[in-house]
Design a protein around this ligand. Structure first.
Ligand code: NAD
Ligand code: UDX
Length: 446
């Protein structure tokens, strides 16, 4: 049977809630802490504060089984878990480096209240050297109250993707554990063994390597995307088709098909900030990460690729033009608006005098919260409603619901049959046959 443990999760956001719930699923006794009383209220009343497929049912099941609880009480949370996962945010500072104030606060709280041996696990994405800082913060708090309780700090970065978070956590490609203390290693092993059939998938390493692995993974993926975006822009000029090129290179197992899709640039809560944070870390050590500088500037430019296509079609001044916009979240299956390219597209259109009616299957509420009121921007209740008397459709996020629209209907609702597609959802040949002016990313025009 599984060894079950008392686990505290500090920070009940995307990562914390998924981690806590999935650990409860295997029988552990999990208490999730957050400083945001709104989130804890929602969770206590049976809801979840984020959109994430499959998560709500799983939370419910584990709450009912008495294995998953929520609190805003710091002392209670420190007392509860032998293992304390820190899963708080690490947003970018003004200079792009990771702001560790939430991590440090969480560590200090542990140091202030702990009474017995604890393993503190850095689950948040944190720069190399953070485990040492967490250790120092806890040691300082312990010393301040003449306490000599021992503890270990472990790095266990998280690789889940929003929209597939439960699946990713329950069936991980690998689990990275940076640990230099034997007791902590054994505890981490018993926590994670149920998640992997093949124990080789648990990769033990030193703490600094584990911390760097997280940034390396996200920076590598961001690099692939920026490279594909550059190639797509080149393919367009050359009269080649990036979709053929993508398949042509993805079929090489050394390259692989994943994360080779050109588009409107990467967004989300991780890639942009993690690329920047790694650059800052390198700079602190006197190294310039030239590749990442390029990855970032290519991505910055790519977020405006649709605006450039629109300007090429209509000219700089978009006054009097009305656009339907499909897709607001930074990617499908999430309501997350952090660094969403849709925001750049909307701002670009409004700034040039156009008006926009936007629709998203899930992120409407979150978008309204994140973007706020803007003159010229309206929200629609359906994809169809967004199209009404628009001069063109702009597709920004590749939700399933947008993949096979009724093109006759789209044509009827739009004033002119024009589509700017930032995600290459449709076939140029088909669009031509349907009578559309179609502007995808990097594709050959028939
Ligand atoms: P989030 O903003 O959704 O959640 C963080 C939560 O921590 C918030 O609810 C906040 O109120 C809470 N918090 C802040 N300080 C606290 C404290 N002292 N005590 C208790 N709670 C506190 O963030 P997230 O998206 O879950 O990201 C958390 C970390 O995980 C970040 O470092 C991020 O880079 C990393 N990460 C995120 C993802 C992702 O897809 N979102 C994936 C992998 C790694
Ligand atoms: C990412 C990492 O994938 C995950 O491992 C890490 O734990 C957190 O950060 P997430 O931000 O949820 O996950 O989304 P992801 O699916 O990686 O997409 C990031 C961005 O890249 C999105 O804006 C997406 O549209 C874009 N993207 C992704 C592309 O433009 N092309 C691709 O081929 C893949």
């Amino acid at each position: 049977g599984n060894v079950t443990m008392r686990i505290t999760i500090i920070g009940t956001g995307y990562v914390g809630l998924v981690t806590g719930t999935c650990l409860a699923e295997y029988g552990n006794d999990v208490l999730c802490l957050d400083v945001d009383p709104r989130k804890i209220e929602i969770l206590k009343s049976g809801g979840i504060p984020i959109y994430e497929p499959g998560l709500e049912e799983m939370v419910k099941r584990n709450v009912e089984a008495g294995r998953l609880r929520f609190t805003t009480d710091i002392e209670e949370s420190v007392a509860h878990g032998t293992i304390q996962f820190i899963a708080v945010g690490t947003p970018p500072d003004e200079d792009g480096s990771a702001d560790l104030k939430y991590v440090t606060a969480a560590a200090r709280n542990i140091g202030k209240h702990m009474t017995g041996y604890k393993v503190i696990v850095d689950k948040s994405t944190v720069p190399v050297g953070t485990a040492d800082k967490v250790k120092a913060a806890i040691a300082e708090e312990l010393a301040a109250r003449d306490n000599t309780t021992s503890f270990a700090v472990v790095s266990n970065p998280e690789f889940l993707k929003e929209g597939a978070a439960v699946e990713d956590f329950m069936r991980p490609d690998r689990i990275v554990i940076g640990v230099e203390d034997d007791t902590a290693r054994d505890l981490m092993h018993s926590i994670y063994a149920p998640f992997v059939r093949n124990h080789d998938r648990i990769l033990y390493m030193d703490v600094r390597s584990a911390e760097l692995t997280k940034y390396a993974a996200n920076a590598m993926l961001a690099t692939r995307i920026s490279f594909m975006n550059e190639l797509a822009n080149l393919a367009e000029k050359l009269g080649a088709d990036i979709e053929f090129v993508r398949k042509g290179i993805g079929s090489d197992p050394r390259i692989g098909y994943h994360f080779l899709y050109p588009g409107v640039g990467y967004g989300g809560s991780c890639f942009p900030k993690d690329v920047q944070a790694l650059q800052r870390t390198a700079a602190e050590y006197g190294q310039n990460l030239e590749i990442l500088n390029a990855v970032e500037s290519v991505n910055y430019a790519q977020k405006s690729v649709l605006i450039h296509k629109i300007i090429q079609r209509y000219g700089e001044n978009l006054k009097g033009l009305h656009f339907a916009l499909w897709g607001l979240s930074f990617k499908p299956n999430t309501d997350d608006m952090r660094e969403a390219p849709s925001r750049i597209v909307i701002d670009g259109l409004l700034a040039r005098g156009a008006t926009v009616t936007a629709y998203d299957p899930v992120a409407m509420h979150e978008a309204q919260r994140a973007i706020g009121e803007k003159t010229g921007l309206a929200y629609a209740d359906s994809p169809k409603q967004a199209l009404e008397s628009a001069d063109a459709l702009v597709v920004v996020t590749e939700w399933k619901a947008f993949r096979s629209p009724d093109f006759d209907e789209v044509k009827t609702l739009l004033k002119q049959p024009v589509i700017f597609d930032g995600r290459n959802l449709y076939e140029p040949e088909r669009m031509k046959a349907e009578g559309f002016e179609y502007y995808p990313i990097g594709r050959k025009q028939p």
